[in-house]
Ligand binder design. Sequence first.
Ligand code: NG6
Ligand code: CA
Length: 506
Amino acid sequence: ARFTLTIPLIFSCIFTFFSGCSSEKNEEENPAKKPNIIVIYMDDLGYGDMSAYEAGSLETPNMDFLANGGMKFTKAYASSATCTPSRYALLTGTYPWRNKEAKILPGTAPLVIGTDELTLPKMLKKQGYTTAVVGKWHLGLGTGQVNWNEPISPGPNEVGFDYSYIMAATQDRVPTVYLENGLVQGLDPDDPIEVSYSENFDGEPTGKDNPELLSMNWHHGHNNSIVNGIPRIGFMKGGEKARWVDVDMADHFLEKASAYVRQDREEPFFLYYAFQQPHVPRTPHPRFEGKSGMGPRGDVILEADWCIGQFMETLKEEGLLENTLLVFSSDNGPVLNDGYYDEAVEKLGNHTPWGPFRGGKYSLFEAGTRLPFITYWKGTIEPGESDALVSQLDLLNSLAALTGSTERSLDGKDLMDTFLGKSEQGRESLVLEATSRTAFRQGDWALIPPYEGPAVNTQVNIELGNDAEFQLYDLSQDPGQRENLADKHPEKLKALLQDFIEIRGE
Ligand code: NG6
Ligand code: CA
């Protein structure tokens, strides 16, 4: 009897000793460890492009997993209907129309974020985070004259990212190379890279002059240098070994993002994982070719969806899911023909990338900026849906509140409780931007001031929102923005215009 008593006693002593020790150690090293934060950002994915939003006909099980297991926002906006300004707003919490350089950039454009500007990764670094960006950058690099054969600065690493693995601009723009921490990868010094957006290099083939070399045809723009049979925007020479393989890009970025989250580290991390899909040129890996029945646009969305599934699997394997807040969204609304013949229009069938909304990429109508937006945090965020008005502009201030920072951006709101599903409170109003024009959203109302310019961009076949008259829509009754109520509700129009001008300053 003595023996049987003693053994458990010894065990329990040892247990208390060790657990006492280790819990003390944990507390010392990690006083309430802050969550890892991952932003998954799609390129041109529309509100109706994922099945969880029940607005189209593609099946995206892995994106849906986030939506159905997290908070799915139905009134969430990118700041802009194009890429660079939306990314600028996401990372700075500042309206992009305050920075006149924050517009669609060529691959040679200088960095549009000031190195002294507050950014999301900088703020998080001060809160003890290690930070990284993997994927599409498109916020400019350098200060004007970039030599692609030398370390390039400033870039992501100078605005808050400890690690960067990026494509400089877009998949359809030169230079078609990857950069790690400011260095072009795989570059042969005997074959230097030259880039120009004004003229071709002697003897180099172009999409315009050498159609026989093309594996994908251009529809508008995109007829300069040819890489991998695809004609691009801009001219490039050299750097043969450094050029990316388009069909491998998704796997390549997935590998980099996965390797990053697998690293052992003491501190929490922030990862901005910026996908290139479904932006043009749409180049699915052969294993996704034909999978959607909608041509390459549908196929690359399925490819992206698969990547998200793989990435989530890695987070699970690494035991990170319970301590990681994921945010999923897209930079601007959808477009079918964005400059290449790739059957996006012909094979669309009954799919509706824009969901129930009017317009698309480049548009001041809803579909330009109203996008999927999801927050997912296993065990912390209860699955649910929110119709609070939120913007990607709000991430910086919200994540500052979450992580204990007192820094705040100019235009963002702290909506952390809303993002965590603990509040229904959204913002009252929001200025939207599309190719340097702005519009206003307040409550259920949308106001578009008069703009010159075509009603429709006929190349991409998207209604831009331009009209000689004021436009006023009640989105609660008319999400598709069909009935202009400006004449019917002059008081409402006046009130909105006043608030709009107060923010916009014009
Ligand atoms: C446009 C391109 C379009 C796309 C877009 C940027 C032409 C004719 N069109 O100028 O194909 O590259 O810029 O897209 O060149 S974004 O999502 O990065 O903003
Ligand atoms: Ca985009």
